[in-house]
Design a protein around this ligand. Structure first.
Ligand SMILES: *[C@@H]1O[C@H](CO)[C@@H](O)[C@H](O)[C@H]1NC(C)=O
Ligand SMILES: *[C@@H]1O[C@H](CO)[C@@H](O)[C@H](O)[C@H]1NC(C)=O
Ligand SMILES: *[C@@H]1O[C@H](CO)[C@@H](O)[C@H](O)[C@H]1NC(C)=O
Ligand SMILES: *[C@@H]1O[C@H](CO)[C@@H](O)[C@H](O)[C@H]1NC(C)=O
Ligand SMILES: *[C@@H]1O[C@H](CO)[C@@H](O)[C@H](O)[C@H]1NC(C)=O
Ligand SMILES: *[C@@H]1O[C@H](CO)[C@@H](O)[C@H](O)[C@H]1NC(C)=O
Ligand SMILES: *[C@@H]1O[C@H](CO)[C@@H](O)[C@H](O)[C@H]1NC(C)=O
Ligand SMILES: *[C@@H]1O[C@H](CO)[C@@H](O)[C@H](O)[C@H]1NC(C)=O
Ligand SMILES: *[C@@H]1O[C@H](CO)[C@@H](O)[C@H](O)[C@H]1NC(C)=O
Length: 635
C-alpha cells in the first residue's frame, strides 16, 4: 500500500470528522497582514492585554471576553472566511468592540489595514488625538462608535466615503468643526449621533435621502438656519433632533412652528414629570407627564416646551424618563416633589413668547430614585450640570448633597435675562456619578419642578432704574421745597442725586437688573432718561436725537457733575401703576392705556422694556418707539 492513498484516506476521514463534529473542528486563522495590523494597533490604542500567542480569531479569553457587564465589552470578531484546507480557514476581522476598557491611547491609522471591518466600537475610553483620515478607507464600516472619549479635531473629509454606515456616534468628545454635509450621502443610516462639536455654526443637516433614519441626536452643537421641513419616512420612533444649546435661530425657528407668540407671557411653572398642581399662593404648575423618549421634543404648555436626548445605557430595562413615588415628601407642596423628569444625557426646558427682561428662575430638586435602605443602594451619587441661557450655573450638582439627604427638597434660585423672548434651562449629564445604583440606568439629570417669573411681577414700588427708596432719598421724600414746578404731567421734583461724574451706575437698582445687565446700555438709558426729564421741555432732546443716542450713532452728552437732576413725580406714579397692573395681570388694560391715552402715558409711563437694557433688533422697534416716546415728552 503506497503512502499517498493512505494519506488521502486519512484526509477523507478528517473531512468526514469535520462534517460530523461540525464547524468546531475547523479553526479560524486571522490573515497574517491583519495580525500584524492588530499588533501595531494594540500599541497605539494602549490595548496591552491582547494575547498574540493565540490566534486573534480563536475567540480565546483575551480576544473575546464572555459575560462582561454592558458598557465593558471586549471582543474581536472574525468573518469573511475562506477555507484553505479541511481544517483551516483564513479569516478577517469584521468587528472590534473595546467598550469601557480604560484605553488611553490614540486611534491607530493602521485600522485601514483591516479592510473588512464592519463594526468599530471604542466608546467609554480615554482615547485622545484626532481621527486618522485613513479611516475613510474602511468602506465596509456599518457601525462606528466613538462616544465618550477625549478625541479632538474635525470629522475627516475622507469619511465621505463611509456610505455603508448605519450607525454613527461621536458624542461626548472634544471635537471641533461642523457637521459635514456629506452625511446626506450616508443613506443607509438608521441612527446618527453627532454632538458637542465645538465649532462654528453648522447648518442643520439635509437628511432628505436618509430615509431609514430612526434616531437623530444633535445635542450640544451650534446649529443655525431653520430646521428643514423634513419628515423621515419610517416614523417608527420619536424623531426630533434635540439641539441644545443651539444657536438661537435654530431653536427659535423650531419653537415658532408651535407658537407664533400671539400673547406675551411673563412666567411659567412646570411640575416636571407630574400632574398639574396649584399651590397655596396661587401658582399653577403645568402638568408635564409626557412619557419621554430618547430623542424627544414636546411642547408642554402655552409657552414652554422640553426636549430630551439620550438612551439610558442599560436599555435592556425600561427607560426612566419620568419617575414617581407613592408618598409625598413632607413639604407643604409635596405634590411637586413626588414626580420628576429624568434624562440619561440632556434635558432642556424652553420658555418662549416671554416678555424680555429679568426672570427669577427657581429649580426645584429632590432625590426620589435612590433608596435609603442602609445597603449599597444608598451609595448612589447623581451628578449633573445645569446651564441657564447657556451659561453654566451649576457644575457637578448633587441633589442629595445639597439638600442634605434623600427625599429632601433643595431649591436653587437664579436670575436670567431674556432678550429674545426665549429662556433655556439645560440640564446635562457629564458622565459623573454612579450609573447602576440602586438599579441600572439611574443617573443623569433629575428635576422636580421649575418656576420662572418675571421680576416685574415682584416689583411694587420699585421704579425702573431707580428704586423708590433712592428717589425718595434724592428728593428728600418729595419735599415741597424741592418742587420746582407743576406741569401738564404732574409735579416735578428737583432730585439731588449725590451723584459723581461717571458714577451713575450706583443709581441702578441691581435687585431689578440683576448683576447680568449690560452696563453700557443701562448707562445710556439713565443718561437719556435724565436728559428727557429736563424741567424745560424745550431743552429735552428731540425724538430723532434720542433714537440716535440709543443706536449709538451720536454720543449721549455727558451730564454735568454739578447739575442736579430732575425727576418727574407723575412718571413715578405711572410706573407704579404700571407695575400694579402687571402684577394683577391686567395686560389688556395696559395696552388700552397705552393706546388710548397716548398723550398722558407718553409723558410719563414706562413700559417694561424701559426698565431693561435696550436691544436694537427690529422686532423691538415698535416697543422701543413707545419706550422712547414714553421716556421723553416731545415738544
Ligand atoms: C491547514 O492549514 C493550516 C494553516 O496553514 C496548517 O497549519 C495546517 O497544518 C493545515 N492542515 C492540513 C491538514 O493541511
Ligand atoms: C482630555 O484632553 C485634554 C486636552 O485636550 C486634557 O486636558 C484632559 O485631561 C483629557 N482628559 C482625560 C480624561 O483624559
Ligand atoms: C445600504 O444597504 C443596502 C441593503 O442592506 C445594501 O444593499 C447597500 O449596499 C447599502 N449601501 C451601501 C452604500 O453600502
Ligand atoms: C454625495 O455623493 C455624490 C456622488 O458620489 C457626490 O457627487 C456629492 O458631492 C456628495 N455630496 C456631498 C455633500 O459630499
Ligand atoms: C437625494 O437623492 C436624489 C436622487 O438620488 C438626488 O437627486 C438629490 O440631490 C438628493 N438630495 C440630497 C439632499 O442629497
Ligand atoms: C446664529 O445663526 C445665524 C444664522 O446663520 C447667524 O446669523 C448668527 O450669527 C448666529 N448666532 C450666533 C450667536 O452664533
Ligand atoms: C442676550 O443675552 C445673552 C446672554 O443671556 C447675551 O449673550 C447676548 O449678547 C444678549 N443679546 C443681546 C442682543 O443683548
Ligand atoms: C436741562 O438741559 C440743559 C441743556 O442741556 C442743561 O444745561 C440743564 O442743566 C438741564 N437742567 C436740568 C435741571 O437738568
Ligand atoms: C420707530 O422709529 C423709527 C425711527 O424714527 C422709524 O423709522 C420706525 O418706522 C418706527 N417704527 C415704528 C413701528 O413706529
Amino acid at each position: 500500500m503506497s503512502l499517498l492513498p493512505c494519506f488521502l484516506l486519512f484526509l477523507h476521514i478528517l473531512w468526514l470528522a469535520s462534517l460530523a463534529f461540525g464547524a468546531d473542528t475547523v479553526s479560524n486563522t486571522l490573515s497574517k497582514d491583519e495580525v500584524l495590523a492588530l499588533r501595531d494597533m494594540a500599541k497605539t490604542l494602549g490595548k496591552n492585554d491582547w494575547d498574540f500567542a493565540v490566534d486573534p480569531c480563536s475567540e480565546s479569553y483575551s480576544w473575546v471576553t464572555p459575560e462582561t457587564a454592558p458598557g465593558n465589552e471586549n471582543s474581536v470578531t472574525c468573518g469573511n472566511c475562506f477555507p484553505i484546507n479541511v481544517t483551516n480557514q483564513i479569516c478577517h476581522v469584521i468587528s472590534i468592540v473595546l467598550k469601557g476598557q480604560n484605553l488611553q491611547g490614540t486611534l491607530p491609522r493602521d485600522l485601514f489595514r483591516l479592510p473588512y471591518l464592519q463594526e468599530l466600537d471604542l466608546e467609554f475610553n480615554q482615547l485622545f488625538g484626532s481621527l486618522p483620515k485613513e479611516l475613510g478607507n474602511l468602506v465596509q464600516l456599518e457601525s462606528l462608535f466613538l462616544t465618550s472619549n477625549n478625541f479632538t479635531g474635525e470629522i475627516p473629509a475622507t469619511f465621505a466615503k463611509l456610505t455603508a454606515l448605519r450607525d454613527f456616534r461621536i458624542g461626548d468628545n472634544q471635537f471641533s468643526g461642523t457637521i459635514p454635509n456629506f452625511i446626506q450621502n450616508w443613506t443607509n443610516l438608521t441612527r446618527l449621533r453627532i454632538s458637542d462639536l465645538n465649532g462654528p455654526d453648522s447648518t442643520f443637516p439635509q437628511l432628505m435621502n436618509v430615509t431609514m433614519l430612526k434616531t437623530l441626536y444633535l445635542t450640544g452643537n451650534f446649529l443655525s438656519g431653520s430646521v428643514p421641513n423634513w419628515t423621515p419616512v419610517s416614523g417608527a420612533m420619536n424623531l426630533f433632533a434635540s439641539s441644545s444649546p443651539v444657536n438661537d435661530s435654530g431653536t427659535v425657528s423650531c419653537l415658532r412652528r408651535h407658537a407664533n407668540c400671539q400673547t406675551t407671557y411673563n412666567s411659567f411653572h412646570i411640575n416636571c414629570g407630574g400632574q398639574q398642581v396649584s399651590t397655596a399662593n396661587g401658582d399653577t404648575y403645568d402638568a408635564d407627564t409626557d412619557s419621554g423618549g430618547p430623542a424627544r421634543f414636546q411642547v408642554g404648555g402655552e409657552n414652554w416646551a422640553y426636549s430630551n436626548t439620550g438612551h439610558f445605557m442599560d436599555n435592556d430595562r425600561a427607560n426612566y424618563y419620568t419617575w414617581s413615588i407613592q408618598c409625598w415628601l413632607a413639604t407643604d407642596i409635596g405634590e411637586l416633589y413626588s414626580n420628576a423628569r429624568a434624562s440619561p444625557n440632556s434635558l432642556t426646558y424652553y420658555g418662549f413668547c416671554l416678555a424680555n427682561g429679568n426672570y427669577k428662575v427657581k429649580l426645584h430638586f429632590a432625590e426620589i430614585m435612590f433608596d435609603d435602605d442602609g445597603t449599597y443602594n444608598s451609595l448612589g451619587r447623581r451628578i449633573f450640570d445645569v446651564y441657564i441661557q447657556r451659561k453654566l450655573v451649576l457644575k457637578d450638582f448633587n441633589i442629595v448633597e445639597e439638600a442634605g439627604g434623600l427625599g429632601k427638597v433643595i431649591i436653587k434660585n437664579f436670575i436670567a435675562v431674556v432678550n429674545n423672548s426665549n429662556l433655556e434651562i439645560h440640564l446635562r449629564w457629564s458622565g459623573k456619578g454612579t450609573t447602576r445604583i440602586p438599579f441600572r440606568s439611574v443617573y443623569g439629570p433629575l428635576i422636580s419642578a421649575i418656576s420662572v417669573e418675571s421680576e416685574l411681577k415682584q416689583l411694587d414700588l420699585q421704579t425702573g432704574f431707580f428704586s423708590l427708596r433712592q428717589i425718595k432719598a434724592a428728593t428728600n421724600n418729595f419735599d415741597i421745597t424741592n418742587k420746582i414746578g407743576e406741569g401738564g404731567f404732574g409735579p416735578v421734583y428737583k432730585a439731588h442725586l449725590l451723584k459723581e461724574k461717571g458714577n451713575l451706575m450706583e443709581l441702578v437698582d441691581e435687585r431689578i437688573l440683576g448683576s447680568d445687565f449690560n452696563g453700557e446700555e443701562a448707562m445710556v438709558m439713565i443718561k437719556v432718561a435724565l436728559l428727557c426729564t429736563n424741567a424745560t421741555a424745550t431743552l429735552r432732546p428731540t425724538m430723532s436725537s434720542v433714537v440716535s443716542m440709543f443706536e449709538g450713532s451720536i454720543a449721549v452728552p455727558d451730564l454735568d457733575a454739578d447739575s442736579s437732576e430732575v425727576l418727574d413725580g407723575k412718571n413715578l406714579e405711572a410706573i407704579r401703576l404700571y407695575h400694579q397692573l402687571m402684577k394683577e395681570n391686567k395686560e389688556s388694560e395696559i395696552q388700552e392705556q397705552l393706546a388710548s391715552t397716548d398723550g398722558a402715558w407718553s409723558a410719563s409711563s414706562s413700559p417694561a422694556a424701559n426698565l431693561y437694557p435696550l436691544h436694537l433688533d427690529s422686532a423691538n422697534w415698535d416697543k422701543r418707539n413707545k419706550t422712547i416716546a414714553a421716556t421723553c415728552s416731545f415738544p
